[in-house]
Ligand binder design. Structure first.
Ligand code: NAD
Length: 313
């Protein structure tokens, strides 16, 4: 399989800059374009600011800016690219129009990926002439450091291009999450959005400040979340019996008016999915064994966190 080396980044704001830096750190040739040509200067400054961190994370020696070209027209930026990462503002009308242009000027076999945070790919590629090689590649800020990317297919996206895209993202040290099919908000933002909405309710009703709510995450769930997600965390919350016991104990709370979001009915089908899913994630390890890993990790993480907390507060 031929390796993708030439990447066009369209839109060089926060996220576009992040992709550019990550790609340069992995020796890709990057062609950039933004309708706001003034951004070039900021971008070079941002590449230089972030380089020490990127260098440390990926064990790189030097930054090769010769691999980076900023173009004043989208046609030129797309001409030689094998992979297009679109990072323009989050708006259906804007992206649909832009994707039609990208489809027109990109190489016939180039892959087109959008950084959108939650728009449906079938909709934004509805006027693009090659939707079979188009998808979402949703990253997380800062893109140059965080490894997650959600790959979301549209109704017409072909498996072949999803796989190629997965390999490309892996080649820049990312861990792609293959989303089965399109849904508004995809996966991660949908979870974050639930927390965000709940936080807004709490603040709106005067129960807490934003600081209180941030601390409620930072000192508790947040520390655990950097190692394991909600489901495996709750599997451990059930003690040795794991998820099943957790659901017996805390399942009824889903009926209490704790949140403003409507929870799904805890049907047998859902219980089995949760129990089986966490069992699979545990890979045969007991709750005690995973708890030990978690505890060891939390001690180390907090030592590290202390060092950085001073700089933050
Ligand atoms: N900011 C985040 O935390 C985050 C995280 C993940 C994904 N995203 C997604 O990434 C995309 C970009 O977001 P951002 O935060 O970088 O926004 P931003 O406002 O920082 O940058 C958007 C850039 O797009 C440019 N642009 C607008 N229309 C254009 C066009 N037709 N052609 C070329 N450039 C154009 C603008 O000039 C601007 O520089 C959005 O789809 C957003 O949902 C953002």
């Amino acid at each position: 399989m031929t390796k993708i080396n030439k990447v066009a980044v369209i839109g060089t704001g926060v996220i576009g800059a992040g992709w550019i830096i990550r790609c340069l750190a992995h020796n890709k040739i990057v062609y950039a374009y933004d309708k706001d040509l003034k951004l070039k200067k900021n971008l070079i400054a941002e590449i230089k600011r972030t380089w020490p961190y990127v260098k440390k994370l990926f064990n790189k020696k030097s930054l090769n800016l010769k691999n980076f070209k900023y173009f004043t027209s989208i046609e030129e930026a797309l001409r030689n690219a094998d992979f297009v990462q679109e990072c323009a503002s989050e708006n259906y009308a804007l992206k649909t129009k832009l994707m039609s242009r990208i489809g027109k000027y990109a190489k016939p076999n180039a892959i087109i990926s959008s950084s959108s945070s939650g728009l449906l790919p079938t909709k934004i590629y509805s006027k693009c002439k090659n939707p079979e090689r188009a998808m979402i590649g949703h990253p997380f800020n800062p893109v140059y450091l965080l490894p997650a990317v959600e790959i979301v297919p549209g109704k017409k996206t072909s498996k072949k291009y999803l796989n190629k895209s997965k390999n490309f993202y892996k080649s820049i040290s990312m861990n792609p999450i293959m989303v089965k099919h399109e849904l508004p908000g995809y996966l991660s933002d949908r979870l974050q959005e639930a927390l965000w909405r709940e936080g807004l309710h709490i603040i709106n009703e005067g129960h807490a400040t934003t600081k209180d709510l941030d601390r409620a995450i930072e000192d508790g769930p947040g520390l655990r979340w950097s190692l394991m997600g909600t489901f495996l965390t709750f599997h451990l919350a059930g003690g040795k019996a794991g998820m099943r016991h957790m659901l017996e104990q805390f399942g009824p709370a889903l009926k209490l008016p704790w949140t403003k979001l409507k929870a799904p009915k805890l049907s047998n089908k859902l219980i089995n999915r949760l129990v089986e899913g966490t069992k699979k994630q545990s890979k045969g390890k007991s709750v005690t064994k995973i708890s030990n890993f978690r505890d060891e990790y939390l001690v180390e993480l907090q030592k590290l966190r202390k060092k950085y907390e001073k700089k933050l507060r």
